[in-house]
Design a protein. Structure first.
Length: 90
């Protein structure tokens, strides 16, 4: 499922116009992203938890040349599925 298909499903199930459903989906994504940007966890009961973690700088290799390079430290996004989502997917 891509974003357009998600918007169509939200519009259909929520009896909304596609433009209203798109605003809803974009608002949810934006709210999650803003919370994570400030370092907060976003927990959606039954669905899962979005969080961030710091990844330390490390050494890697250029696959073409084999040259050793230093990969900088960065923040990464993490998602841990909730128990209900895990049960649905089984």
């Amino acid at each position: 499922m891509n974003k357009t298909e998600l918007i169509d499903k939200v519009a259909k199930e929520g009896a909304l116009s596609k433009s209203a459903a798109e605003q809803v989906v974009n608002s949810v994504f934006s709210a999650i992203a803003e919370a994570m940007k400030t370092g907060d966890k976003v927990t959606l009961a039954g669905f899962g938890t979005f969080s961030t973690a710091d990844r330390a700088a490390r050494e890697g290799r250029n696959p073409q040349s084999g040259e050793t390079i230093t990969l900088p430290a960065k923040k990464v996004v993490k998602f841990k599925a909730g128990s209900k989502l895990t049960e649905i997917v089984k």
